[in-house]
Design a protein around this ligand. Structure first.
Ligand SMILES: Cc1cc2nc3c(=O)[nH]c(=O)nc-3n(C[C@H](O)[C@H](O)[C@H](O)COP(=O)(O)OP(=O)(O)OC[C@H]3O[C@@H](n4cnc5c(N)ncnc54)[C@H](O)[C@@H]3O)c2cc1C
Length: 376
């Protein structure tokens, strides 16, 4: 069932056990799983079926400090969430991504790769993925990895029909939580706002926040402040360790050997370090994206190189007669070191007005940055 307003939903007398906030990939996936198990679940979605400036405006904010994308550009506030514009690139996390690393404080997750493996079949169905091939070692330090460019499933479009037909899942659009209440043991209710007005308190046995990385933190931090720690009692990490995947243009390469890897349909190939290299160099994981450039670029690169490293340029030229065919651009996306000081925090309420309108969001240095939204 999909309801366009909270008013319409109330008339249906649906009795949910679980309330999920947000209908992006996380919220929709959990709702479908619970619904299939016969557990009645309501999904409260802030936006409507389609994009609207009015809803998107709530995501507005300004970032200062290190460059970061506008907060109302990176995220989408309507049914299906940011899957409405995600690129669809997929890769299974490496085993070492979950494990603590002695050389990098605060690394390690409370779950392991083995914990997610049972769900990979579901993921393939949801995201319409072919099977992944195993990584291929290129050297002791580097492996050729596979990154699948999937059809970029839009969760709202793909699952709207199924959700509408469901008897166990109710999706309520244009309705959002401004605050959760809790007594230190459990969440007791959510304060709702719908179609421009206060919609009272919603109760359910369980609440699951799926409002996206930044909004989850903002909602929980604000709720915790209002309930004196009653929503997340152990909140030391709440809103901290904010992370992205910083991407840098690493440089250019001239490819001398084609035997060890293949490029995909977009003339790209991806590489990551081996665990041994990460341990030896005391670095975190990264992905190198190699994009082949046409042959004339090889000559230009060698000409550029001749100015700064003539011997190497000469060696490169001598290779031109051999199997050397292409130049490539290299981009590197790096795993960010977890830093407690890198945080998102909201100093004022998730208001009934667009949340970050007229707000100031500050970002500090790369090693200690913050995204902070506060009503001016
Ligand atoms: C341009 C771009 C490209 C990307 N490409 C990739 C990629 O190639 N591969 C990849 O793995 N990831 C990619 N991502 C990241 C991916 O889109 C996100 O990780 C994913 O959408 C997060 O899903 P989510 O359900 O946690 O949150 P979201 O998708 O953000 O969904 C949150 C939902 O909650 C709703 N909501 C917000 N606040 C409230 C509230 N208070 N009450 C009720 N509802 C609320 C929103 O309207 C939204 O529908 C990309 C992201 C962007 C922006």
């Amino acid at each position: 069932m999909i309801f366009d307003s909270y008013e319409a939903y109330k008339q249906a007398s649906f009795k949910p056990k679980v309330c999920i906030l947000g209908s992006g990939p996380a919220g929709t996936t959990i709702a479908r799983k619970l619904g299939a198990a016969g557990i009645p679940v309501v999904v409260l979605e802030a936006g409507s079926r389609e994009f609207s400036d009015q809803s998107q405006d709530f995501y507005r904010g300004a970032t200062v400090g290190d460059y970061y994308f506008d907060l109302d550009i990176t995220r989408l506030r309507f049914m299906g969430g940011s899957s409405n514009h995600w690129a669809g690139w997929c890769r299974v996390l490496d085993r070492q991504d979950f494990e603590p690393k002695a050389w990098a404080p605060d690394t390690g997750w409370p779950i392991s790769r083995a914990d997610i493996e049972p769900y990979l079949g579901d993921v393939h169905d949801i995201l319409e993925l072919p099977d992944f091939r195993p990584d291929v070692p290129i050297s002791d330090d580097i492996r050729w990895v596979q990154l699948i460019k999937s059809p970029a499933v839009r969760f709202g479009e793909k699952f709207a029909g199924e959700l509408d037909r469901s008897k166990t899942i109710a999706v309520v659009l244009n309705t959002y939580a401004t605050e959760l209440a809790g007594d230190g043991r459990r969440v007791t209710g959510a304060r709702l706002w719908s179609n421009g007005q206060d919609a009272g308190t919603f109760t359910a046995d369980y609440f699951i926040t799926c409002t996206g990385g930044l909004e989850n933190s903002r909602l929980l931090l604000w709720s915790n402040r209002r309930s004196n720690g009653g929503v997340v009692p152990n909140a030391a990490a709440l809103g901290r360790y904010w992370m992205e995947h910083p991407t840098f243009e690493g440089g250019n390469a001239i490819l001398a050997n084609y035997d060890e890897f293949e490029v995909d349909a977009s003339n790209e190939a991806f590489f990551s370090p081996t665990l041994a290299a990460m341990e030896r160099l005391q670095i975190l994981n990264f992905g190198i994206r190699l994009i082949e450039s046409p042959y004339p670029n090889v000559k230009r690169l060698i000409a550029d190189l001749a100015c700064t490293a003539p011997d190497m340029a000469e060696w490169m030229s001598s290779k031109l007669d051999q199997r050397l065919r292409c130049a490539a651009q290299l981009y590197v996306a790096w795993e960010q070191a977890p830093l407690a000081s890198t945080r998102s925090s909201c100093r004022r309420p998730m208001s009934t007005m667009p949340a970050c309108r007229a707000s100031s969001c500050t970002g500090r240095s790369r090693r200690s940055s913050a995204v902070r939204c506060s009503k001016a």
